[in-house]
Design a binder for this molecule. Structure first.
Ligand code: PEP
Ligand code: MG
Length: 904
C-alpha cells in the first residue's frame, strides 16, 4: 500500500529542469546532431547535422522537447527559467549574421517552427517573419532595398501570427485582402503596391484588435514568447492528437521548437522556395524529384495554394513550365550537390526543403522521406545494389504493414471507362466511391457502410478523419507535395491531386468538368497511379507484384525463423495464399464449408436429428462433399502441411432464424413444422460462445467428427493413390481439459485406421489441438500428452482471458484504447502481458512434455507485425494468417529475427 502512494506521488511530481535545453547551430558550430532526435526533434537534430556537414543552414537554435512537458506542467505557460537561455542563444545568432532582433535599422527576423521526434507533416504550427513591427519593417525595407518585400512580409506575419498565436479566424484577413484585390482589379497578390500593403497592415491590425480585444504585439520579444508557446500548444490540438493516435506516437514525446533566422524566397525573381525528394517517393525511381515556386515564401509550396513548377528540366518537359534547372541554374547545381551529399550521408531517401534568397541557396530541412510501399521496395533494392545499405538494413527499413498497399486492386485496363479529367498521380491504387465534399460527411457516410471519395479543392490537417474514412482523395489544387498527396501516401491511400480542370463548388456540392455536373453521392473512380479520374465505377483487378517485391520476400525468407502459413477454407484462398508464399494451411475452418447451398440442408438434417442413426444418415450425405473439399485443398497445397480444424461453432448457427425460413425448411425436409421449430428453439443458448461448441459437440455427438476425419482420411488415400505426398493435420478446437483431447484423439485415430484398412493405404498424419482457453494454456503439459501439435487460437484466447466478447466489445474498446487503459485493440495486436503470457506458458509447458512439439498460432494476430515479433520471441514454429497478409507476415517474421539478433 505504502509503495503505491509513493509511485503515484512520483508520477505527478514536477520533473527536474534539464541542465541544457537550448541547442545552437550556425556554420562551423552545432551543439546537436542527428542522433539527438529525442530531445531536438527530427527537424532540429537534422538542422544541426546538416550544419556540421558544411551545408548552408540559416543560423538558429532548438528548444528541446523536454520543455514541452514543462510547458504543460506549468499549465500551458512557458516557465520563466526558459527565457535567459533563449535570450543568450538569440544573441549568438545576432552575432553570427550581424543583424539584431528588433533593430530598427537592420532587423533580424526569425521563423519559429515545431519539430517532433517523429515527423508529423503539417500537424503543428509555424510562424514566419517574426520580429516585424511598424519600426523594424522600415529597417527591413531599407536593408533589403525592397520596401514592397518588407511590407508584404509584414502583412503575411500579421496574418500568420493572429491566426496561430492569437487564435483569430484567418479568413477575416484573407477576405480583406481579396476585397482590396477586387476593388483594384488585381488578379495576383504580386500586383499589390507598397501603399496597398501599408493600408492592408493598418486594416489587419484594426481587425485583430476588434476581434480579439488585444493589440497586435509590437515588441519582438513578446512576439517570440507568444510564438514559442503557440508551437508547444499545437502539440495538443485535436488534429495533432488524431495524427498521433493514427501513427502510435506517444503524447509524452512532445515537440521541440526551432527558432531560425529567416531567409527569403520572396525577394524577387532570383529568389525561390521549394521541396524535393532525392528519389521519386511514388515509384522509387532514382531521379531527383521536387517542386518550387519563384518569388514565394516557405509555406506556399506545401500549402498547395499555387501549383508549383518541377525542379528538373526532364520533369518539366511538356508541362509548359520552367524548371529550377533552367530558371536558376547555379542554385540548382548547388542543390544537386547537396542532395547527393545528404542521401549518401543518411543512406536513405531524403525529403528536403530549401530557399533561394537572391540566388543564394539555403537548406531548411532534411528528413527520411515518406514513400509508397512500391517506392520503399524499389529504393531498398536499389540501395542494396548501390552498396549503400546491406540486406539486413533493407529489411529493417521496410514497414511490413505498408505492403498492404501493394496488394490492393488497380483499375482493369480492359474495362470501359469515361475519362473525366487528369490530375497528378499522388498516391497509387484504383478505387471508386460516391463523392462527398466534407471530411465530416466522409466519416458519416463511411459509418453508414458507403464507399466514398473525398473531393476537396485542397485538404488541410483538419480533413484527416475524412481522409481516413474515404477510399480515395481527390483535390483540384496543390502538387505532389501538397498536404493531400503527402498524407495520402503515408496512409497508403489512393490520391489524385492538383486536378485543375475540375471545378469544385462547395456551396452547391458539385464538381464540374467537360460539361458533366456531378452531385454529392455520384460515383467516380480514381487511378492514383496515373492521376486519371473516371465517371462511374470502373472495374478493378488484383495487383501483380514486381521483381522488387519478390526479391525482398526472398531475402526475408532467408532470415526468418518463423514459418508462415495461411488461414484458408476454399481452393481460391489457398491458391492466393500459395501465390503469396504461404508454406501451408494453418487453419481450415471446416464450418465455412457447411454453408454451401448444396449442403446446408444436409447439415440441418444432421443437427435436427433425434437420434444417432438419423444423424448418421445425414452425415453420409455430407461425407462425399467434405471429402471433395479436402481433396482440393490438399492438391493445391501439394505436400505442404494442411491443418484441418474439426467443426467449431455452436449448432444453432446453421439453423434457420425466422419462422418463414423454418417453414420452408420443414417443407423441404418433409418434416413437421412445429417439431422443427421446437428443435430450433431448443438449440438456443444464452452465451453460445461459451456454450455447446468446439470439441464439446463431439463429446456429445462423436459421429460428427468421425465423419470429418473419415473425409480427411479418404481424401488423403485418393491423393496417395495418385502418387502425391501429404501429412494431414487434424485439429480439435476449444479443448479445456486433457481428458477431452484424450477421448477425441482416440476416436480420430480409430476412424483413420478404419479408412486405411478399408482402402489398403497407409499415410502419416497428426492429431493436435487448438489452445484457445486459459485452462488449456495452464494445463498444456497434460494436454500435450495427447497432442502432436498446438495451435494457439488467440481470438478465443483473447476473448476468454480478458472476458471480452469478440463480437460485442467493439462498442467500447475504442474508449479503452483512447484513454490508455489498453495500448491497442487486443483483438488486433496481442495483449503481450496478459494473453501473451498464456501463449508463452502454454508453449513452455507443452514442450516440457514433448520437446519437439510443433507450436503455431492461427488467430488474427498471426498477421499482425507487432504480434509476430512477440511470437518469434516466444519461439513458436509458425504463424498462420489470411492470404493477403502472408507477405506482411513473411517480412515481419524476418524483421523479428533481425531485431532479436541485434538484442543479443
Ligand atoms: C481463434 O479462436 O483464434 C481461432 C483461430 O478460431 P476462430 O476464430 O475460428 O474461433
Ligand atoms: Mg477459436
Amino acid at each position: 500500500m505504502h509503495q503505491n502512494v509513493n509511485t503515484a506521488e512520483k508520477a505527478s511530481s514536477t520533473s527536474t529542469i534539464p541542465q541544457k535545453f537550448v541547442y545552437f547551430f550556425a556554420a562551423g558550430e552545432a551543439e546537436g546532431n542527428a542522433g539527438m532526435k529525442n530531445i531536438l526533434g527530427g527537424k532540429g537534430a537534422n538542422l544541426a547535422e546538416m550544419t556540421s556537414l558544411g551545408i548552408p543552414v540559416p543560423p538558429g537554435f532548438t528548444i528541446s522537447t523536454e520543455i514541452c512537458a514543462h510547458f504543460y506542467e506549468a499549465g500551458g505557460k512557458l516557465p520563466e527559467w526558459v527565457r535567459p537561455a533563449v535570450t543568450t542563444a538569440m544573441a549568438k545568432v545576432e552575432a553570427k549574421i550581424g543583424k539584431k532582433f528588433g533593430d530598427v535599422n537592420n532587423p533580424l527576423l526569425v521563423s519559429v517552427r515545431s519539430g517532433a521526434r517523429a515527423s508529423m507533416p503539417g500537424m503543428m504550427d509555424t510562424i514566419l517573419n517574426l520580429g516585424l513591427n511598424d519600426q523594424t519593417v522600415e529597417g527591413l525595407a531599407k536593408s533589403s532595398n525592397n520596401p514592397r518585400f518588407a511590407w508584404d512580409s509584414y502583412r503575411r506575419f500579421i496574418q500568420m501570427y493572429s491566426d496561430v498565436v492569437m487564435g483569430m479566424n484567418s479568413s477575416l484577413l484573407e477576405v480583406t485582402l481579396e476585397d482590396m484585390k477586387e476593388d483594384k482589379h488585381y488578379k495576383a497578390d504580386t500586383e499589390l503596391t507598397v501603399d496597398d500593403l501599408k493600408l492592408l497592415v493598418k486594416k489587419f491590425k484594426e481587425l485583430v484588435h476588434q476581434m480579439t480585444g488585444q493589440s497586435f504585439p509590437t515588441d519582438p520579444w513578446e512576439q517570440l514568447w507568444g510564438a514559442v508557446s503557440a508551437v508547444f500548444h499545437s502539440w495538443n490540438t485535436p488534429r495533432a492528437i488524431t495524427y498521433r493516435e493514427l501513427h502510435s506516437i506517444p503524447a509524452s514525446w512532445g515537440t521541440a521548437v526551432n527558432v531560425q533566422s529567416m531567409v527569403f524566397g520572396n525577394m524577387g525573381d532570383d529568389s525561390a522556395t521549394g521541396v524535393a525528394f532525392t528519389r521519386n517517393p511514388s515509384t522509387g525511381e532514382k531521379a531527383f524529384y521536387g517542386e518550387f515556386l519563384i518569388n514565394a515564401q516557405g509555406e506556399d509550396v506545401v500549402a498547395g495554394i499555387r501549383t508549383p513548377q518541377p525542379i528538373t528540366k526532364i520533369a518539366a518537359q511538356g508541362s509548359g513550365m520552367k524548371s529550377l534547372e533552367e530558371a536558376l541554374p547555379q542554385a540548382y547545381s548547388q542543390l544537386v550537390d547537396i542532395y547527393k551529399k545528404l542521401e549518401a550521408h543518411y543512406r536513405d531517401m531524403q525529403d528536403i526543403e530549401f530557399t533561394i534568397e537572391r540566388g543564394v541557396l539555403w537548406m531548411l530541412q532534411t528528413r527520411n522521406g515518406k514513400r509508397t510501399a512500391a517506392a520503399a521496395l524499389k529504393i531498398a533494392c536499389d540501395m542494396i545494389d548501390e552498396k549503400l545499405i546491406n540486406q539486413d538494413e533493407a529489411l529493417l527499413r521496410l514497414d511490413p504493414g505498408a505492403l498492404d498497399q501493394l496488394l490492393h486492386p488497380t483499375l482493369d485496363p480492359k474495362a470501359q471507362k469515361t475519362l473525366l479529367a487528369k490530375g497528378l498521380p499522388a498516391s497509387p491504387g484504383g478505387v471508386n466511391g460516391q463523392i462527398v465534399f466534407t471530411s465530416e460527411e466522409a466519416v458519416e457516410w463511411k459509418e453508414q457502410g458507403k464507399k466514398v471519395i473525398l473531393v476537396r479543392v485542397e485538404t488541410s490537417p483538419e480533413d484527416i478523419a475524412g481522409m481516413v474514412a474515404a477510399q480515395g482523395i481527390f483535390t483540384t489544387r496543390g502538387g505532389m507535395t501538397s498536404h493531400a498527396a503527402v498524407v495520402a501516401r503515408g496512409m497508403g491511400k489512393c490520391c489524385v491531386a492538383g486536378c485543375g480542370e475540375v471545378e469544385v463548388d462547395y456551396r452547391t456540392e458539385t464538381m464540374k468538368v467537360k460539361g458533366y455536373v456531378l452531385k454529392k453521392g455520384d460515383v467516380i473512380t480514381l487511378d492514383g497511379s496515373t492521376g486519371e479520374v473516371y465517371l462511374g465505377e470502373v472495374k478493378t483487378i488484383e495487383p501483380k507484384l514486381d521483381g522488387n517485391f519478390e526479391r525482398i520476400m526472398k531475402i526475408a525468407d532467408q532470415v526468418r525463423k518463423l514459418k508462415v502459413r495461411t488461414n484458408a477454407d476454399t481452393p481460391k484462398d489457398a491458391q492466393t495464399a500459395r501465390n503469396f508464399g504461404a508454406e501451408g494451411i494453418g487453419l481450415c475452418r471446416t464450418e465455412h464449408m457447411f454453408f454451401g447451398a448444396d449442403r446446408i440442408d444436409a447439415v440441418r438434417e444432421m443437427i435436427i436429428a433425434d437420434n444417432k442413426s438419423d444423424r448418421e444418415k445425414a452425415l453420409v450425405k455430407l461425407l462425399p462433399m467434405q471429402r471433395d473439399d479436402f481433396y482440393q485443398l490438399f492438391k493445391i497445397m501439394d505436400g505442404l502441411p494442411v491443418t484441418i480444424r474439426l467443426l467449431d461453432p455452436p449448432l444453432h448457427e446453421f439453423v434457420p432464424h425466422t419462422d418463414e425460413e423454418t417453414k420452408e425448411l420443414a417443407k423441404r425436409l418433409g418434416t413437421d413444422y412445429e417439431r422443427l421449430r421446437a428443435k430450433v428453439k431448443s438449440l438456443h443458448e444464452f452465451n453460445p460462445m461459451l456454450g455447446h461448441r468446439g470439441c464439446r459437440l463431439a463429446i456429445t455427438f462423436p459421429e460428427i467428427y468421425q465423419m470429418q476425419v473419415r473425409a480427411i482420411a479418404e481424401a488423403a488415400c485418393m491423393l496417395i493413390g495418385e502418387g502425391k505426398k501429404l501429412v494431414p493435420e487434424i485439429m480439435i478446437p476449444l479443448v479445456a481439459t486433457d481428458k477431452e483431447l484424450d477421448i477425441l484423439r482416440v476416436s480420430a485415430i480409430n476412424e483413420v485406421k478404419k479408412v486405411q484398412q478399408e482402402k489398403g493405404v497407409k499415410f502419416d498424419y497428426l492429431v493436435g489441438t487448438m489452445i484457445e482457453l486459459p485452462r488449456a494454456a495452464i494445463t498444456a503439459d497434460a494436454i500435450a500428452e495427447y497432442a502432436d501439435f498446438f495451435s494457439f487460437g488467440t481470438n478465443d484466447l483473447t476473448q476468454t482471458t480478458l472476458g471480452l466478447s469478440r463480437d460485442d466489445s467493439g462498442r467500447f474498446l475504442g474508449s479503452y484504447v483512447s484513454s490508455g487503459i489498453l495500448p491497442k485493440d487486443p483483438f488486433m495486436s496481442i495483449d503481450q502481458t496478459g494473453v501473451g503470457s498464456l501463449v508463452k506458458m502454454g508453449t513452455e509447458l507443452g514442450r516440457r512434455t514433448k520437446p519437439d512439439l510443433k507450436v503455431g498460432v492461427c488467430g488474427e494476430h498471426g498477421g499482425d507485425p507487432e504480434s509476430i515479433e512477440f511470437f518469434h520471441k516466444v519461439g513458436l514454429d509458425y504463424v498462420s494468417c489470411s492470404p493477403f497478409r502472408v507477405p506482411i507476415a513473411r517480412l515481419a517474421a524476418a524483421r523479428a529475427a533481425l531485431l532479436g539478433k541485434k538484442l543479443h
